[in-house]
Design a protein. Structure first.
Length: 388
């Protein structure tokens, strides 16, 4: 940018009403407060001028859950689907009071479990859509795939009129208000992490360019990409921001972060995403239950009574009291080891074939049992709390 110094700051504010971990806090509560709701403000300062642009993200505002059960992607379950319109209406009423007009950008898939949630969300929005509330579905994975994120320009063309109409906040060098933001873009995917952060960084980039053109810093066709150093710093800012939000909710940095950080997908980034996806699987299944308990306890959602012990509903009982995934996995692997050792002895004694089949059968049976009862082998919250 030559000798011009432009300060860009990102501030994110997390709602405390439905805090928690990725799999144990999904969707909304009956009052319309959603999981992973984050308000992100992008502030630009230049020559005494200050400009601000606010976006929000949050889980799909329906009563739904995705209980871990050792599968890579547990199935989505709608809870009390008949209350979906009422819960969504409460959520968007709150947004309208705080931000004015709202454009809900839904990035989830049109097929599979995500598709069912998308369909229910779209249906609930039909009762809410008005001059102040719009709903826009953009199938991120279908349109952009895993590498063509530049196709987000298609989404920008669809939201540009809303952004132009509702603008941003601007103060001049005398701290006089020159412009106000009258609406907000609400972005969601399933986790409101990876697809959401890529999309919000694109919108933030476009709005920053609008602000710089307004101040005469940029020409009519000039973009942030025209200035490599500025462009690199902006990308790093949003990539770090996405990682921080993702670590709080899922335990790992954001996926697809290489596009935000470098402007393109890289082999290293794809491999890193694979590692982080496996780390999320481990944390979600075997660590996040205790973490959710800690969050609920610290936020006062569960009050410990000194006069009595923890409620029976919070204690392990029956099979769950002895269910241990590491122990079960050890037995399965040990069974296959014995089966292999017996099989190698068959050429000397045919009776070892029976033992080999027996050990293999026991291992398969135990593995099938663990798979069928996956939920009791996962680390779940133990403190008593209503389902929704």
């Amino acid at each position: 940018m030559g000798k011009d110094i432009i300060d860009v700051t990102l501030i994110s504010r997390r709602c405390t009403r439905r805090n928690g971990t990725r799999m144990w806090r999904r969707g909304a509560d009956p009052d319309g407060y959603v999981a992973n709701f984050v308000e992100t403000e992008q502030i630009m300062q230049f020559n005494g001028y200050t400009a601000s642009f606010v976006q929000v993200r949050g889980s799909i505002p329906l009563l739904w859950e995705q209980i871990v059960d050792l599968t890579y992607k547990p199935k989505f379950e709608l809870v009390k689907p008949e209350e979906a319109p009422k819960v969504a209406e409460r959520h968007f009423l709150d947004l309208r009071k705080k931000y004015g007009a709202v454009l809900a950008v839904d990035l989830v898939n049109k097929h599979g479990g995500e598709g069912r949630l998308c369909e229910k969300f779209a249906g609930a929005m039909q009762h809410i859509i008005s001059d102040d509330v719009r709903y826009l579905h953009f199938d991120f994975h279908h349109i952009c795939g895993h590498v063509h994120f530049e196709r987000l320009s298609i989404l920008y063309e669809q939201v540009a009129d809303f952004l132009d109409r509702n603008g941003y906040f601007l103060l001049n060098e005398k701290a006089e208000k020159m412009k106000e933001q009258h609406g907000v873009v609400r972005t969601n995917c399933i986790d409101c992490l990876d697809r959401t952060n890529v999309t919000q960084s694109m919108i933030g980039r476009k709005m920053l360019e609008c602000q710089l053109r307004r101040l005469g810093v940029f020409g009519a066709d000039e973009t942030i990409s025209s200035h490599p150093n500025f462009d690199e710093s902006f990308k790093i800012l949003w990539a770090n921001h996405g990682d921080d939000i993702s670590i709080q909710y899922s335990g790992t940095p954001a996926l697809k972060g290489d596009f935000v950080r470098y402007g393109q997908r890289t082999v290293q980034g794809i491999l890193k995403d694979g590692w982080n996806a496996l780390a999320r699987y481990y944390l979600n299944n075997f660590r996040d239950g205790a973490k959710q308990d800690a969050i609920d306890l610290l936020q006062g959602h569960y009050i410990v009574s000194v006069s009595r012990e923890m409620s029976p509903s919070s204690q392990k009982g029956g099979l769950e009291a002895v269910a241990s995934f590491p122990l079960a996995l050890s037995f399965v692997l040990m069974g296959f080891l014995f089966a292999t050792m017996s099989l190698r002895q068959v050429r000397y004694d045919l009776r070892h074939l029976f033992f080999s089949i027996m050990w293999a059968s026991l291992s398969v049976a135990l593995a099938a049992f663990v798979r069928a009862n996956g939920r009791i082998f996962c680390n779940r919250p133990r403190l008593h709390r209503p389902r929704h």
